[in-house]
Structures are given as structure tokens and as C-alpha cells.
Ligand binder design. Sequence first.
Ligand code: AMO
Length: 429
Amino acid sequence: MYPKKTHWTSEITPELHGKEVVVAGWVWELRDIGKVKFLLLRDREGFVQVTLKAGRTPDHVFKAFADLGREDVVVVRGVVEASRIAKRGVEVFPLDIWVLNKAKPLPLDVWSESADLPTRLRWRSVDLKRPRNLAVFSLASRILREIREALYGERFVEVFTPKIIVTSTEGGAELFPVLYFERVAYLSQSPQLYKEQLTASLERVFEIGPAYRAEKHNTDFHLNEFISVDAEAAFMNYNDIVDLLERIVKRVVAAVAEEEKRLAEVGIRPVATEVQEVPRVDYDDAVDRLRQLGYDVKWGDDLTVEMQKALMKFYGPIYFIVNFPASLRPFYTKRRGGDKSESYDLIINGIEIASGATRIHKRDELEEEMRRRGLDPRLFESHLAVFDYGMPPHAGFGLGFNRLVTALLNLDNVRHATLYPRDRYRVEP
Ligand code: AMO
């Protein structure tokens, strides 16, 4: 039996000098310079150097070393020593080693950045051994935790809503049908209608879960399955939600800044490490600015990634666009006088990360808006009925988690921030 791992590689510091530890992980690199041999052991948190020295290291450890190959799974019990020459100023002198599994030669070079993205995604679980991926996905988890805690801190409760649904919320062309016994149902594009309904009871709710969009275009920022962070709150309007998102962004950027050193080691430079105030740009002003820059954009047009990147010149890498034309927003969005709406997008590094609005909370207004857009209110009866029994004013956001990580870490493709991407041509692995 092998002993329990006592320390992660990141916890092996010079301060542990003289202490016995057990580390566990994978063989990243083996070096043999005669009387001294090195095993660089990797775990999720980084690396630690294990040093074998003739006269000091037991024979059976030397023997085991001779048979080791890259990516073999090992447990090492040894003594920590501060060192002037070892990486990170520390090394482990082994007393014992257990080889828990052997690895075949990898189908992919994880030691350099040479492999192309399709090959890497084909062998994704192997690709994830790469230090850069370990840094990205460890930080992604941290970011999600910051968002969760920020929302808990503001008295939101976490909920789960059905992913098998019968009505479209974000546009009919983008639904994946599923066979639901004797009828056709769809995969949920967004928890939109459920989260709104829940404000009538739980007041402030959030959900973190998958959303499905059958969009055919295959871009650097679209997935067919993505993780959506959705929040909705009673007695709030879109300004309150923009304030909330600004607090969340500040908190998340601060968390990213704490990991700056590890990110730098894997060649990642975050888009921001500090946020003062996030600019709130009226849609009309954004259009004016873009025209000044020579873009042929009409009032009522959606802004492209290129345009949003161009606007960074004026507003920096993180900004909101507010008060969109109502025609650009879904039917449940509250109007702001005639043609505009109480809506906003959060843009980071040129990419739309979140969007949201104040919602219509009166049944007759909502029905009218549906009809205006050619939607039949009768198809939404189970949703509309909720509005008869005390629906409060409410507002919320939907945030694409994969895009958030992509934008904050300055990555060029959302697939780099998605463990197993689902896109137009990829449903496996
Ligand atoms: P929207 O459709 O703008 O709004 O989606 C919200 C956020 O989800 C992300 N997103 C995507 N990420 C990756 N791939 C995709 N194909 C994709 N589509 C969307 C984006 C986007 O900003 N119900 C509303 C939200 C609300 O009003 O609360 C909605 O779904 O980051």
C-alpha cells in the first residue's frame, strides 16, 4: 500500500527543510547525470524536483527510477531540502517510491506548445496535463467560486431549472430537439423563463449550468453547449444588475491578479489586474464613436466583435453598453420609452460576456410584445399564467462562463477555456 499524499507540489517550499513529505503525481521529466538523477514530478499545482544521489538514496529507489517513463503515476516519500540550485529553491530526497501505473508514449506532445488545437481537442484528457491548461482550469474554478460567493453574499439562492423544455426563449432557430417519449422537446437555451418565474417566490436566484444553442456558425467564441451563469432578482432594475455585475467583475479580476505569477509562467497575460470603474456607454454613443472611426454602422445594428474591440480604444478592456434598441433584444425585455430598452451587455476584451435587462412584469405588456414579434402568447400560457399571481418587477443577467475565462485570460478561442467543447463539428470526446 502506498501512503497518502501529504503535500501538493505548490506546498513544497524551502520552509519545509528537513521535513518528511509524501508527494504524488506524474513523471514530467527524467534526467540522469551519472551519480545524480532527477525526476520532475507534476501534479495539478505545479512541479517538484525529486533528486536521487548515490550514497544517499536507497537502492530500490534507484532501481525503480531506471524503469520509469514519462507520465507514469508515482508516489514519493522523501525529505525536503532547501537548495540554491534546484528550481523554486527546494528539492525532495526520496526514501521510497511507488509506481502506481505505467503510461504508454503520449499521442500528443504536451511538453511544448507545438500541437494544433484540433489534435489537442482530439486527445483532450492528455492535453489537460499541459501546465498551461492546469493553470487555466484551476483558475476557472476559482473564478466560478468568486461569482458564487459574490451572489450568496447578496442573498441570492442557487437553483436548478429543467434543461429539457418545450418553448424557445432566445430565438426559435437555435433549438436542439430531443425525443421525449411520444413527443418532441428541446434542450434549454437559457433558464430565462424559469428564473423570472422564481423571482415571484425566491426573489433572488442564480443558476450555473449548461445552455444549448444549435447555432450553425463555427466561430472562435461560439459553442453549442456552454456554461451559463444566470441571475435574476425581484425589486431590481437593470441599473441595479449592472452595479452587481460590476462588483462581480472587480472581485473576479482581483482573483485573477492573485494568480498573475502562475499565469506568467505559462505565457498568459490577463486582460486586466485591476478595475476602477467600469464605463457604461449608451448604445447611441457607441454607434457615434464607431462612425467616427469609419465603421458603416446604422442605428439598430448589432455590434460585431471587431467593433467592440475598436471601442476599447475609448473605454478600455472592460465596459458596458447600455440602452440597446428594443428590436435587438428578446421579447421579455422592458422598453425604455419608444424604441430603446432597459438592457445592457458586458464587454470584455471585445467579446460579449454577459447580457441582461429589466424585464416586463405585466402580463398584458408581455403578450403585446410577443405579438409584436410574431410569437403566439398561447404557446407561452404556462409561463404567462405566473404573471397573474403577483409577479414582482425584476431584472437579471446571463453570463457566458467560458467566454468570461477566455476574455479575462486574453485567450484567442473559447475552446481553450472549455474542457470538452461542443461545436459544429465536435461532439466527442
Ligand atoms: P444571451 O443569449 O446574450 O442572453 O446569452 C448570455 C451570454 O451567454 C453567452 N453565450 C455564449 N457563449 C458561448 N457560446 C454561445 N453560443 C453563446 N451564446 C451565448 C454570452 C452571452 O452574453 N436569457 C438571456 C440572458 C438574460 O437576459 O438574463 C440570454 O440568454 O456570453
